[in-house]
Design a protein around this ligand. Structure first.
Ligand code: CTP
Length: 411
């Protein structure tokens, strides 16, 4: 896993309480550390029976804490020091017992004491048996925590260690990571801004079972949505038919055809500050989709007509409303990259266009990497090195933040 800018160097306090899901907390600690966070782990006595402090120490490369009463060289008031240093407190898993103690405001071990002492936001991931979660006592306690501003993530539905099925499983570390990114990005440079992102292909029906589509995976668009979320934006993700997981915090609108995507983009763009048009919209569609499945046999000719150009259609609306303030297009080319992309930037009235040569190794559809050339409205051209789609998204969002600032200053 490569470093994640919103997590890099951030102090996260990971509290682990005593449930079988504690082993998943080790995975979470590992992921956060690999992403560049500084993770201080505090175990309750019960948690240390499930997973040893040594495991967490090895994964985070930092001291692990468990006992309120051990005098340490660094500090006499450990709970206060840890509570002060934390930018975010994450309790995963949070047992019914720990939640009950929190609801009462008890402070009888290091973890509960520092939860009272901290001013950082607190996120908990409950994990317990189905009946314990459903019990009115637990539900009341969780509600009290929510009302105090604690973010409660999960539990998820599924099979429990007991063999029962129901609500009570801890949310998977990957999803928790999304919630942690959201919590830490909240006051970022795009806080209060709305960013609309399109991603994936469109499918144009030939008949009820067949379509014309393209090889777009949606990965670059989803990475852009995540990078915008990391900067605190409200994100609307308009997705063509792809099976990728929605980044935590994004509002996803699934569409099929270019016409459906156009309608969604034009509607959402009215309130948007930024539009990132990463979708690979089909350029042609069958003129008349067959109402029933076409039978094989005779040679078949399909009549194709152009689809609506979403960005072109947006230009007039944008001129009238002044929104989105910043529009970024993408250009997938196989030749004359810069010339073609610049022509698209001008024709579609864009602020920035990200062009890539899809014939280049590592830069096409469905790969995890991309090499893009950025061209702005002033004609400046910058080619970025081959990098992951996540890193491309970071670089692009930094440009978007700068463009928004420029526009705010412009008379
Ligand atoms: N785009 C759009 N509506 C379409 C086709 C494309 O809004 N019907 C957008 C894409 O999302 C992209 C940009 O326009 O941001 C350029 O897309 P691309 O397919 O590379 O360019 P086209 O204008 O379709 O030109 P061509 O396919 O001829 O290269």
């Amino acid at each position: 896993m490569e470093p994640i800018p919103v997590l890099k160097g951030r102090r996260i306090l990971l509290g682990v309480t005593g449930g079988i899901a504690a082993y998943k907390a080790a995975d979470l600690a590992s992921k956060l550390t690999q992403a560049g966070a500084l993770v201080d782990v505090v175990l309750t006595e019960a948690a240390a029976r499930f997973v040893t402090p040594l495991t967490f120490q090895a994964l985070t490369g930092r001291p692990v804490y468990g006992d309120l009463w051990t005098p340490t060289a660094e500090t006499a008031l450990l709970h206060v020091a840890l509570a002060e240093a934390a930018e975010l407190v994450v309790i995963a898993p949070a047992t019914a017992d720990f939640i009950a103690r929190q609801a009462l405001g008890l402070a009888n071990d290091l973890l509960s004491a520092l939860c009272l002492a901290t001013r950082a936001p607190v996120l908990i991931a409950p994990a317990m048996d189905v009946q314990m979660w459903a019990h009115p006592a637990t539900q009341e306690n969780v509600e009290r925590l929510r009302q105090r501003g604690v973010e409660v993530v999960g539990p998820a539905y599924g099979r429990m260690a007991s063999g029962l099925e129901g609500w009570g499983r801890m949310v998977e570390p990957e999803a928790l990571l999304g919630h942690i990114r959201r919590a830490l990005g909240r006051r970022g440079p795009l806080a209060g801004r709305r960013v609309v992102v399109t991603a994936g292909p469109t499918y144009e029906p030939i008949d009820p079972v067949r379509f014309i589509g393209n090889r777009s995976s949606g990965k670059q668009g989803f990475a852009l949505a995540q990078a915008a979320l990391d900067r605190g934006a409200d994100v609307v993700l308009i997705a063509g038919p792809v099976a990728l997981a929605t980044p935590v915090g994004a509002r996803r609108i699934d569409v099929g055809t270019a016409a459906e995507m156009a309608e969604a983009v034009w509607r959402e763009a009215e309130e948007a500050d930024v539009l990132l048009m990463a979708a690979a919209v089909a350029d042609y569609r069958p003129a008349q989709p067959h109402p029933v499945k076409i039978k094989k046999g005779a040679p078949l000719t399909l009549d194709l007509v152009p689809t609506v150009d979403i960005l072109e259609g947006l230009a007039a609306r944008r001129a009238a409303r002044g929104r989105p303030r910043v529009v970024v297009g993408f250009a997938a080319e196989t030749e004359a990259l810069v010339e073609n992309a610049r022509a698209k930037l001008l024709a579609k009235g864009l602020d920035l266009i990200a062009a890539n040569d899809v014939t280049e190794p590592g830069a096409g559809f469905a790969t995890d990497t991309n090499r893009i050339t950025l061209i702005d409205a002033r004609g400046q051209v910058e080619t970025l090195p081959l990098m992951s789609k996540a890193a491309v998204a970071e670089a692009l969002l930094d440009r978007v933040v700068a463009l928004l600032e420029e526009k705010a200053k412009a008379p």
